[in-house]
Design a protein around this ligand. Structure first.
Ligand code: FEO
Length: 408
């Protein structure tokens, strides 16, 4: 195999050796418009090299080329697996079978079980205790269990001497790029992609993130570099920045008086209603984002919801229910467990308003407050649209003053 890929040295004894997936556009239902990276790291010890995580299957040539630019891969004496999901563990068997058969694999207690469940009962990883320190290849590594961030097996590894934290999925983002460091990217892109990653991958475990943010000062780690497994690495002020973002995004109180209006439409009636409701929300000083599902991806809806209190959803009645595009987004949002303070639904119908009823039934258990639906038969008149606008203004009033109107 001949490739030109090189490792990037990020500290005296640590190298980034992962792969860049420029073509990735879908990560289990999450639209990754800017691709991604699978970051893996090589740490030079006094008695060999330690590989931290690997890359997704199909990227093994790139991984091996980057490793070879640093050392003979047979010098790898250990692999630390921070997370068993296949974008990071997928090439552990390749490294063991083809390159370093005697390398020991270390993982969290749950990680050792998960790796065996992926690669067969014969696969043996050495379980490391939560909050323990081990010397591997002559270097000291401290392990922090981060269970449910975002899998039961997830952990962080801290290189004590180099002060490098390998944080796995945490603090990452799906962003392909050649530069290594966060300060080599446009801050607006980092904000967009890191918040999108949090909303789509970590939101469902926000309470666990909040606890970890609280406990962070007591963990005994003060990293100079933070290395997530996706996207750029953090250093200097960037570390406090991304930690602050995680504390904010995981705090339900952070949400602002913002509404996300999501809808699909058949003959533009529900669309007209959406625009009128949005106009009313805006008149009531609510920041409003309108997301037609003809062109808005579920993972972007999730990102917009990250700092929003209100979810307003519209669908015409189709086959006595809601449109499948709307059901798709709602199913996704439900799983992510956003703390929705106010829910509202609307839609046009032909002979029975069953689309709005289906929406109401779906959203009510997810929302702290729910208003009565706004429905219109067939095509909205000017009078109907004026009512939709009033409805939007009333929703704004509820957001600012609490639920004194129409809440059910
Ligand atoms: Fe990047 Fe949970 O895998």
């Amino acid at each position: 195999m001949h490739t030109s890929f090189q490792a990037i040295q990020i500290s005296p004894f640590v190298y980034r050796v992962g792969a860049i997936d420029w073509a990735l556009r879908n990560f289990h239902g999450y639209e990754t418009r800017r691709g991604s990276t699978y970051n893996a790291f090589l740490v030079k010890g006094t008695s060999g090299y330690v590989l931290i995580d690997t890359v997704k299957k199909g990227f093994e040539d790139e991984l091996m080329a980057r490793i070879k630019s640093v050392c003979d891969p047979r010098q790898i004496v250990a692999i630390i697996s921070n997370h068993a999901e296949m974008d990071h563990s997928g090439n552990i068997p390749y490294v063991l079978e083809r390159i370093a058969p005697d390398a020991k694999v270390y993982a969290s207690v749950m990680g050792a079980k998960a790796l065996a469940a992926h690669f067969g009962a014969d696969f043996h990883a050495i379980p490391v205790a939560p909050s323990s320190t081990l010397e591997i290849a002559g270097r000291k590594f401290h392990f922090v269990e981060t269970r449910m961030l975002h899998w039961p097996d997830s952990m962080w590894t801290f290189d004590v001497e180099e002060r490098v934290l390998f944080s796995n999925d945490a603090f990452g983002m799906h962003l392909a790029g050649l530069p290594c460091w966060y300060d080599e990217y446009d801050p607006a892109i980092l904000e967009e992609e890191s918040s999108k990653y949090f909303a789509n991958i970590l939101m469902t475990y926000a309470s666990v993130v909040a606890k970890l943010c609280e406990a962070y000062p007591t963990l005994g780690i003060e990293p100079a570099i933070v290395c997530p497994d996706h996207g750029p690495l953090w250093r200097g002020d960037g570390i406090a920045h991304i930690l602050g973002r995680y504390a904010r995004w995981s705090n339900p109180l952070y949400r602002k008086n913002k509404a996300v209006v999501v809808y699909d439409t058949m003959w533009h009636s529900t669309e007209k209603m959406a625009y009128a409701i949005a106009d009313g929300l805006n008149a009531g000083n609510v920041e409003t984002v309108v997301m037609p599902l003809s062109g808005s991806h579920r993972s972007d809806v999730a990102r917009e919801l990250l700092d929003s209190k209100a979810l307003i959803v519209g669908s015409p009645t189709l086959n006595q229910g809601m449109m499948p595009s709307v059901a798709d987004v709602l199913t996704y949002i439900k799983g992510l467990k956003f703390p929705i303070e106010l829910g509202a639904v609307f839609g046009s119908y032909g002979w029975a308003p069953l689309g709005a009823k289906a929406l109401q039934d779906f959203i009510a258990p997810m929302a702290q407050n729910m208003t009565n639906p706004m429905t219109v038969q067939f095509v909205p008149t000017q009078d109907d649209l004026a009512k939709c606008r009033d409805y939007g203004e009333e929703l704004a009033h509820v957001l600012y003053n609490g639920c004194t109107w129409q809440c059910v």
